[in-house]
Design a protein around this ligand. Structure first.
Ligand SMILES: [Zn+2]
Length: 242
């Protein structure tokens, strides 16, 4: 199976990756739920921590929750899958992850459908945004342009995906020759619809995941295993693997 997938990728010009939580799980990045488990966060409803309504009700609490998550992400390192993706040039990466591990691995073209936890943006509509220090996350503070509050530049429950990222993701998925789907169960729409979009536009679909999912029926090749092991085996030139 892996040889078949390697041949498909070798023959393709435009390869796009589409990733979810399974890509970063082996780096030790906890899922939203896992990050809540244990300690003082467990008692809070996720809607209070990650929704526009929750932020309006208690911005200080939301700010502290994101400081907690940012520190956990800052301590994580890119794994073998992020690094293998970064070694393949001209590849575009569409991800549902809000972490910065693809960037830190050295990839250049990342489309983050759910935004990035590494930036804050204005909660008003002035358009201000800036990178934050993930190792020493900032406290709740005001927008320097308009005085509204700053918030994490992620997509919260009940919010639409950023239209520019979504339109670019639709375009690259409909133009690619291979869509390499990594670590996502493809359960969350509209993002999951990108696999069907690529398939109907003629792309081959290669899925890497620890278990079969709703997307399996769309796969030309499905490779079950850890992303950190399967993705390097798929993308790296065997002669360069020591
Ligand atoms: Zn502002």
């Amino acid at each position: 199976m892996i040889e078949q997938a390697r041949r498909i990728i070798a023959q393709a010009g435009r390869v796009v990756s589409f990733s979810g939580a399974g890509l970063s799980a082996e780096s030790g990045i906890p899922t939203f739920r896992d990050a809540q488990t244990g300690g003082l966060w467990e008692k809070h409803d996720p809607m209070r921590l990650a929704s526009p309504q929750g932020f309006a009700a208690d911005p200080q609490l939301v700010s502290e929750w994101y400081a907690h998550r940012r520190r956990a992400i800052a301590e994580a390192q890119p794994n073998g899958a992020h690094l293998a993706l970064s070694r393949r040039s001209n590849m575009i990466h569409v991800t549902q992850n809000v972490d910065d591990l693809l960037h830190r691995a050295g990839t250049e073209h990342v489309i983050q459908l759910h935004g990035t936890i590494a930036h804050d943006r204005c909660n008003g509509d002035c358009g201000f945004r800036e990178a934050v220090d993930m190792t020493d996350p900032p406290a709740l503070r005001s927008c320097p342009q308009c005085g509204d509050q700053l918030r994490p530049a992620v997509v919260w429950f009940g919010e639409a995906l950023p239209s520019d990222a979504w339109e670019e993701a639709e375009r690259v998925c409909s133009e690619c020759e291979v869509l390499l789907v990594i670590g996502t169960s493809a359960a969350v729409y509209p993002a999951a619809g990108l696999i069907g979009l690529a398939k109907s536009a003629g792309a081959k679909i290669i899925i890497v995941n620890t278990q079969s999912s709703d997307a399996s029926s769309l796969a030309d090749v499905e490779l079950l295993g850890k992303a950190s092991e399967v993705v390097p085996a798929l993308l790296d030139d065997p002669s360069t693997i020591s």
